[in-house]
Design a binder for this molecule. Sequence first.
Ligand SMILES: [Zn+2]
Length: 79
Amino acid sequence: MGIGEATGMCLGYAVFLDREPSDSRDIVLLHELRHVYQFEGTDGLASFIRIYLEQLSEYGYLMPWEVDARDSASLCIRA
Ligand SMILES: [Zn+2]
């Protein structure tokens, strides 16, 4: 990926993962798939990006969508 500390990224239905294998790859994929679910609840990619950036600006990485994606991925791993 090469984008800061990010090991994954979602842009609509496109999910990008770091090429390097890691023990956390499954949880990163689950996290990004939750962002796909969030994307599906918006009016499209521009809307998704706008909402994401608004939340990021207001809350930082404790933003609702990131908290939801982390919680969702954690629940899936424990299931
Ligand atoms: Zn995320």
